[in-house]
Write a protein that binds this ligand. Structure first.
Ligand code: SF4
Length: 371
């Protein structure tokens, strides 16, 4: 994601998906749920964007809104996909896009596949629903071919299996086969490996990446686990409380994280090379999207909280170059994981925490996760 301003502008002009200032809220009996609050991002053809955040950060609502799957939500903003604003499509028009031009892979393939229909039949039906003129036989043959492409052994036989006859990993492969069967321009994978064990997870991520390279499809990978995007993403969008906390290239996010939430996510990744080190969970819980805290929404959990953070919500601003942005008041020079960056953070906190933030910081330091 790092490049010169000129190439960046050219890329922006060519981006397959350009989401601009998207907001989504849901009126409920308890108040308005502000699920997504002004999020913007681009995804280019052939690129992978990782959208990372804890449950309740708005990442799933964000992408479901792009697919017209948030009925009852108040939606504003723009989502230009291949020249069309997805947010302006009628339900019928959206049905033409969903599945064929934008495919989705959900977390739990067992609930996404119908238990009473054969796996191959479900893939073939989707092909026939979107491609008029394809015969049952042709669709069945395509289903076999797709199952073979995603590594299902003996696809000509397994095409007639029911979902319960497939293992968890095979079911997710079948979902990927279904997603790719119409050659979509964009795949949205929503926690596609969360329900799988670690070795199958690695196989599925490899498979997705290889297929994406072969077909040049763009991929949005939604996950709560920064470790999942480490190998596959080009760019990363870190979300917190419905907003972008930090955006940048994979290198920016992994080696030069600026936002304390990103740093917290990195420190909570289990790392076999540092198995002896204690994992450091982020203290506290994500906020209620109905009653958001004042100022920076991360302040009740932030070890670097300063007085200013309690009053005013920081906007995204440039950190190292124009593609690395963070919504945090710490100085840009505080990006990084080493001692020098930590020293800059500590100096800022010494100057900036003189009043109300002292009490908040003491409460964070006393929380059980920090002990
Ligand atoms: Fe922490 Fe303040 Fe930065 Fe928010 S703005 S992440 S509270 S330092």
């Amino acid at each position: 994601m790092r490049h010169t301003r000129q190439t960046g502008e050219r890329r922006k002009a060519l981006a397959l998906l350009e989401v601009e200032n998207l907001t989504v809220s849901f009126p409920t009996a308890d108040g308005v749920v502000r699920a997504v609050r002004g999020v913007s991002f681009n995804v280019d053809t052939g690129q992978t964007l990782g959208i990372v955040g804890e449950s309740g950060s708005g990442k799933t609502v964000l992408t479901q809104t792009l697919l017209g799957l948030t009925p009852g939500g108040d939606v504003t903003g723009k989502a230009m996909f291949d020249g069309t604003d997805l947010l302006q499509l009628s339900p019928n028009q959206m049905r033409q896009v969903r599945g064929s031009r934008i495919a989705v892979i959900f977390q739990d393939p067992l609930t996404s596949l119908h238990p009473l229909y054969r796996v191959g039949w479900q893939i073939a039906e989707m092909i026939r629903a979107h491609e008029k003129g394809v015969t049952k036989k042709q669709a069945h043959e395509r289903a076999i071919e797709m199952l073979g492409r995603v590594g299902i052994p003996h696809p000509a036989q397994r095409v007639n299996d029911y979902p319960h006859q497939f293992s968890g990993g095979m079911r997710q492969r079948a979902m990927i086969a279904m997603a790719l069967s119409l050659s979509p321009k964009l795949i949205i994978a929503d926690e596609p490996t969360t329900a799988l064990d670690a070795t199958v997870q690695a196989q599925i991520l490899d498979l997705l990446l290889n297929l994406q390279r072969e077909s040049g499809t763009a991929l949005i990978m939604i996950t709560h686990d920064l470790g999942v995007v480490a190998d596959i993403a080009d760019g990363v969008l870190v979300m917190y409380a419905g907003r972008a906390a930090e955006k940048g290239s994979k290198r920016d996010i992994f080696y030069q994280p600026h936002h304390p939430y990103t740093k917290g996510l990195l420190e909570s990744i289990p790392n076999s090379s540092a198995a002896a080190d204690r994992l450091r969970p982020i203290p506290g819980q994500p906020p209620s999207l109905i009653n958001l805290p004042s100022g920076c929404k991360f302040h009740p959990r932030c070890a670097y909280v300063m007085d200013r953070c309690l009053i005013e919500e920081p906007e995204l601003r440039q950190i190292r170059d124009f593609s690395h942005l963070s919504a945090c008041y710490l100085p840009a020079a505080a990006a990084g994981v080493g001692g020098a960056a930590e020293q800059i953070r500590e100096e800022s906190v010494r100057e900036g925490r003189t009043g109300a933030a002292v009490e908040v910081a003491e409460a964070i330091a006393a929380s059980p996760e920090v002990q």
